[in-house]
Design a protein around this ligand. Structure first.
Ligand code: GBH
Length: 458
């Protein structure tokens, strides 16, 4: 019927953003080229025992040299958008001070080529690769780093503002703060909960300092966002203890950053749960941090489970019989809808962009022109169904980015885990499209066709 048709094709308007995300250190390579400075990930990866098989981002996907070929792949996959990060150490090699024109030139060429191919760029200013020189001065434990970030952001904005209208200040503050400073599985490898809390505060502050400076520079209509990676927490039994435990985990995993960004305060109980005192919050910090955003970026991977038996600040292990990826993460598409509902209900951001969603499986290339990855096709199909449901409920999702365009450097897992829609044969640097890439391209095309039909008849 007419109504059914309308509901169906209204799901994703023609301006909906479709594409994939990447990050600089995970794909660029060329780490010692054209004046790039060292980052905390260069240092961490070179430290024995930190990364699987000692893999580093030195070569990665040579995207620094192959970006035109990679943009041609995006075009083949029907993307109308692409979300990438800028490497701070390429722009300001020492973190503060001298600006490296060659670094700016690279992103200039990248953006020009994207636009020439009709692909909208979304720029992330920070995806984990802090200049190492700043780490030597205390990194995110120091308030001054927030100021340095604001200066760096302004330099990038001045260069790209005439062509880039979508900006993301930070990717996944929980990972920066907790994985990097609380448990040390990511760079800079510190393991102290108070450090995690302090680092997290300075990341939020950096965002707060940047907002007014970007607003003053960007074109009217430009959008500024912040990306979090919510893990909805599920109590596995009905007890009060389980419910309370779920609340504790939720404020540790999600509300630690969402409450400051949208409500200007940290959640009650967070500092005590971490066994810490408050971070160094100065007058105006919280008001700056809570200045309005244009959109919230959401990266979704999985959920956390808890029960009456657990009391530590961590999720229960994934049960043997639950579906999971090769990272060991539970596959739970319903959790994406749940995460979006919670964010919408509690924080009501003006718009939401799914800035990452994806999974690693054991993909095998047999030398042919296509890599078969039926599990990833199913993963994408089921998660996109959750997004369709969210949009049907009126949640303002405006874009979807798969993690990731190509297999890449998976941080502490090195090159051993493959998340791409495109397979990469690392020795030859050959790119081979996966079945999931073709599936996604067809999905995008179908959505855009039906959007065009609806918008014409409206
Ligand atoms: C993203 O982080 C990153 O933005 C991206 O760079 C990365 O390559 C991609 O995901 C794939 O990993 O302790 O239960 O939370 C994802 C966030 C944080 C999700 C760590 C999994 C470990 C399990 N990840 N988390 S848990």
């Amino acid at each position: 019927t007419a109504t059914e048709g309308a509901v169906h094709s209204d799901r994703f308007p023609s301006h909906f953003l479709w594409g994939a995300s990447t990050s600089a250190y995970q794909i660029e390579g060329a780490t010692r080229v054209d004046g790039r400075g060292e980052s905390i990930w260069d240092r961490f990866a070179a430290t024995p025992g930190k990364v699987y098989q000692g893999d580093t981002g030195d070569v990665a996907l040579e995207h620094y040299y192959r970006f035109q070929e990679d943009i041609a792949l995006m075009k083949k996959l029907h993307f109308n958008a692409y979300c990438f990060s800028i490497a701070w150490p390429r722009i300001i090699p020492e973190g503060t001070g001298t600006v490296n024109e060659k670094g700016l030139d690279f992103y200039d060429r990248l953006v020009d080529e994207l636009l020439a191919q009709g692909i909208t760029p979304l720029v992330k200013l920070y995806h984990w690769d802090l200049p190492y020189a700043l780490q030597e001065r205390g990194g995110w434990l120091r308030r001054e780093t927030a100021q340095a970030f604001a200066d760096y952001a302004e330099i990038v904005a001045r260069r790209l503002r005439d062509r880039v209208n979508w900006w993301i200040t930070f990717n996944e503050p929980w990972c920066i703060a907790y994985l990097g400073h609380g448990v040390g599985v990511h760079a800079p490898g510190l393991a102290n909960k108070q450090d995690a809390l302090n680092a997290g505060h300075h990341v939020l502050l950096a965002h707060g300092l940047v907002l007014p400076r970007l607003r003053a520079l960007l074109q009217p209509g430009a959008k500024i966002g912040f990306t979090v990676d919510p893990y909805p927490v599920y109590a596995m039994d009905e007890s009060d203890e389980a419910r309370q435990q779920a609340e504790r985990l939720d404020r540790f995993r999600n509300r630690w950053f969402l409450d400051p960004l949208f409500r200007g305060c940290y959640p009650d109980g967070l500092f005590e749960d971490l066994g810490c005192v408050a971070p160094d919050i100065q007058p105006d910090d919280m008001a700056r941090i809570a200045a309005p955003l244009d959109f919230l970026g959401v990266n979704y991977y999985s959920r956390w489970r808890t029960s009456r038996e657990s009391n530590a600040l961590e999720a229960l292990p994934v049960p043997e019989d639950a579906p999971r990826t090769v990272m060991g993460w539970e596959i739970y598409p319903q959790g994406l809808l749940e995460a979006l509902r919670q964010v919408q209900q509690d924080y009501a951001p003006p718009a939401i962009v799914i800035t990452e969603n994806g999974a690693a499986f054991n993909d095998i290339w047999d030398g042919g022109d296509l890599v078969h990855d039926p599990e990833r096709v199913e993963y994408m199909r089921s998660h996109l169904a959750s997004i369709e449901a969210a949009v049907a409920e009126g949640i303002p999702v405006q874009g979807h980015f798969a993690w990731s365009l190509m297999d890449n450097y998976e941080w502490a897992e090195g090159y051993s885990k493959r998340f791409g829609l495109v397979y990469v044969d690392y020795p030859s640097q050959k790119r081979i499209i996966k079945q999931s890439g073709l599936w996604y391209a067809n999905y995008i095309e179908a959505q855009q066709k039906s959007a065009a039909v609806t918008e014409q008849t409206d």
